[in-house]
Design a protein around this ligand. Structure first.
Ligand code: ATP
Length: 217
């Protein structure tokens, strides 16, 4: 089984990383791939460049063999459409291996506005992680997909290569990249919201509005 967890990771934080660890263990897979986007089609321009976001993510997972970073969206260039990413993955793994695309409920709420979204369940299962305080509009297309094509447990995902939707509650940390960026920009400390090594690199590169004290360069 291949598990793909995409995002902007602007920057990666402990909420993303804990989710990745919890999922890898729940799905009992040897590794889970974090896939940073190059150009996100559905949101504002990220605060850091794609190469910087990628390198911060690589620092964050170094030494954690169960988590790997897949840079295919940067290598492909252009807008990062998930359907294109999954087509590439599917062509590598063949028709029979289960592929699981992971996203938070906030991301899934806009699923039917993604380019070529109908192709996605033909290529992968979709595992939607509940986010605290986030509820779907019951009349929305994504809520309908969970009702009509939803499955009851992670075990079922192994029984088919694609096509199932699973809504899964997991223990989550209430951290967002927006909150991390805002703290840094205001000169507040984001420590313990993200790995120290990532925070140190953000400071070294003066990302997200952080400025080193003069004379410290
Ligand atoms: P932003 O605040 O900039 O929107 P974010 O923290 O939501 O960023 P993204 O890179 O946009 O991070 O998210 C990638 C994926 O991770 C999305 O599917 C999102 O739902 C999920 N996610 C983000 N933060 C958490 C968290 N604390 N716990 C679990 N999942 C999360």
């Amino acid at each position: 089984m291949r598990v793909i967890y995409g995002g902007t990771f602007d920057p990666v934080h402990n909420g993303h990383l804990r989710l990745a660890v919890e999922l890898r263990e729940m799905l009992a897979v040897p590794e889970l791939a974090l896939v940073p986007c190059h150009i996100p089609p559905h949101r504002a321009h990220p605060g850091a460049g794609s190469q910087e976001r990628l390198e911060l993510l690589q620092l964050a997972v170094a030494g954690e063999p169960g988590l790997v970073v897949d840079d295919r969206e940067l290598a492909r260039g252009g807008a990062s459409y998930t359907a294109d990413t999954l087509r590439q993955v599917r062509s590598e793994v063949g028709a029979d291996e289960p592929v699981v695309l992971v996203m938070g409920a906030d991301a899934f709420a806009g699923f039917d506005r993604w380019r070529d979204w109908q192709a996605i369940p033909e290529l992968a299962h979709v595992l939607v992680v509940a986010r605290p305080g986030y509820a779907f509009d019951p009349d929305s297309v994504p809520a309908g997909l969970l009702r009509t094509r939803g499955c009851g447990s992670a075990k079922e995902l192994a029984s088919a290569p694609c096509g199932l939707f699973l809504y899964q509650a997991l223990p989550l940390l209430d951290i967002s990249a927006t909150a991390v960026r805002e703290k840094i920009c205001k000169g507040l400390s984001p420590r313990y919201l993200l790995p120290d090594v990532v925070w140190q690199e953000i400071q070294r590169r003066e990302l997200y509005g952080f400025r080193l004290p003069q004379g410290n360069l």
